[in-house]
Design a protein around this ligand. Structure first.
Ligand SMILES: Cc1cc2nc3c(=O)[nH]c(=O)nc-3n(C[C@H](O)[C@H](O)[C@H](O)COP(=O)(O)OP(=O)(O)OC[C@H]3O[C@@H](n4cnc5c(N)ncnc54)[C@H](O)[C@@H]3O)c2cc1C
Length: 458
């Protein structure tokens, strides 16, 4: 395939910074370089920046994809020195100092910033990915939403009690913030939003299981906040299974702690692995595939290449690796952008990066959240309010902030969710007899999620 240089033929003597990835880190870096006398090219496989922390709300029909995504071109359009390229990066030619794209084109750089994030790791069981999608992309969030809603539709027309029970069971794998938020949101969807919308099934009897292999959920938070989150989830009817690993996943359900649980929807929120940026460079990575970087975010042994966010590994002041959080990526992007400007235009050395913890948070259903600021911690409705304010503030533009605030207020007051559309991953309808065409199913469900298991048993 011919190799095309995608950058305009430069009579341009300005230094050229190429940023791969317009997530939290890449975008912050580009914004910091906006309006400077540096030519910047931002490359992303998508034409939009995605606000990943609210993806679970798309998966549970609370928000639409467009509410949490914004075109990269629009965000950066006010900076004439920034060019945006939509393309999939597949490699880096370090000797030629150029980035290689899937379509065969190349983009030369003077300095290269790798901000390509991470994806879910299935611990060697990549075949599970199709059955148990992770919450990292809009496509997956839409698939999960379609699956969840379609399963209720199919349960409504199924004449088989066991099948109904399976269709109305959701297993969320991983008790970190993503799993906790997802499990709470699915439980609310079933218990409140869908409660009165069906005639033959009772959505309130839907089972939601949160499975965590470790001894407790929210292990990255202080213990009391983890216990609080568990209690709140259990109040919502979520069955929290700790100390039990998922051993197998099939389209019919999951094997957890030696026991097979039939389930219509399985969502993966367990391990993550970094993007393959380390292998593009041919440098050593850590166990999660992250590139260990120097304190100034440069890649050891790769001159003029930097990595940040989820794809980089750097220890914080306490010696522990910085967590894979949007605030880490964002702060690193801002820091590196400012540092590159000073370095390229004024010849100053890059300063070491210092992370300022603005608080780690997870929402646990309506009006409850946990917030960990290090020395201080919060839980309950005030933490929830703070969570909402912070997330709305971090959305990229004012219109989105208004839209999301209005939708949250409406949902808070009415329990309704506006995005209940089945638009993807539509399974074929089930050809089963409806046993009771009038009124709710004659044979009542056992409302206990596991009659033989105590709720919350670890
Ligand atoms: C469900 C969920 C909830 C979360 N909630 C929170 C939260 O509440 N608070 C918090 O602080 N953090 C949260 N996180 C973590 C946070 O989203 C990540 O730490 C953050 O997105 C990392 O930013 P990044 O810039 O490194 O990567 P990303 O934001 O993932 O961006 C990577 C970008 O690179 C692009 N890209 C990747 N590969 C290529 C390629 N080969 N070619 C071209 N482009 C490419 C992608 O399209 C993407 O735009 C959550 C994560 C998940 C999955």
């Amino acid at each position: 395939m011919p190799r095309i240089d995608r950058t305009p033929a430069p009579l341009d003597s300005r230094p050229h910074v190429v940023i791969v990835g317009a997530g939290f880190g890449g975008l912050a870096c580009a914004e910091a370089l906006g309006g400077t006398n540096i030519r910047v090219t931002v490359i992303d496989r998508n034409n939009y920046h995605l606000f990943v922390p609210l993806l679970y709300q798309v998966a549970t029909a609370a928000l639409s994809p467009a509410d949490i995504a914004e075109p990269i071109r629009r965000i950066l359009s006010r900076h004439p020195n920034i060019d945006v390229v939509m393309g999939e990066v597949t490699g880096i030619d370090r000797a030629a100092r150029q980035v290689e794209l899937a379509d065969g084109s190349v983009v030369p750089y003077d300095r290269l910033v790798l901000a390509t994030g991470s994806s879910y790791s299935y611990f060697g069981h990549d075949d599970w990915a199709e059955i148990a999608p992770g919450l990292k992309t809009i496509e997956n969030a839409r698939r999960i939403r379609a699956r969840l809603l379609m399963n209720f539709e199919q349960a409504e027309i199924s004449g088989d009690a066991a099948r109904r029970k399976a269709l109305m069971t959701t297993i969320v794998v991983g008790g970190g913030p993503t799993g906790v938020e997802m499990a709470g949101s699915v439980a609310e969807l079933a218990r409140y939003t869908l409660a009165r919308d069906f005639r033959r099934i009772d959505p309130r009897t839907a089972r939601v299981l949160l499975v965590e292999a470790g001894p407790r959920i929210l292990s990255g938070f202080p213990e009391d906040l983890g216990h609080y989150a568990r209690r709140k989830l259990e109040e919502l009817g979520v069955v929290v299974l700790t100390g039990q690993a998922v051993e197998g996943i099939t389209p019919e359900g999951a094997t957890v702690g030696g026991r097979f649980i039939p389930a219509g929807t399985i969502v993966w929120g367990a391990g993550v692995k970094a993007s393959p940026a380390g292998s593009w460079l041919g440098v050593e990575t850590d166990r999660s595939g992250r590139i260990p970087v120097n304190a100034d975010l440069s890649v050891p042994g790769a001159p003029d290449v930097y990595a940040l966010g989820d794809t980089a590994a750097l220890a914080g002041e306490d010696g522990k690796p910085l967590p894979g959080l949007a605030q880490v990526a964002k702060q690193q992007g801002e820091h590196l952008g400012g540092g590159l400007e000073a370095s390229l235009l004024r010849g100053q050395p890059l300063a070491p990066f210092r992370f300022r913890n603005r608080g780690n948070t997870a929402i646990v259903g309506r009006s409850a959240a946990v917030f960990d600021f290090g020395r201080h911690r919060l839980k309950g409705w005030f933490a929830w309010l703070l969570w909402a304010v912070v997330h709305v503030y971090l959305l990229v533009n004012f219109q989105k902030r208004m839209l999301v605030t209005m939708q949250w207020l409406w949902r808070w007051a009415t329990y309704q969710r506006g995005a209940r559309l089945i638009t993807a991953d539509r399974p074929a309808p089930v050809a089963e007899a409806v046993t009771s065409p009038h009124g709710r199913e004659a044979e009542p469900f056992d409302p206990r999620p596991f009659p033989d298991m105590k709720r919350g048993q670890g």
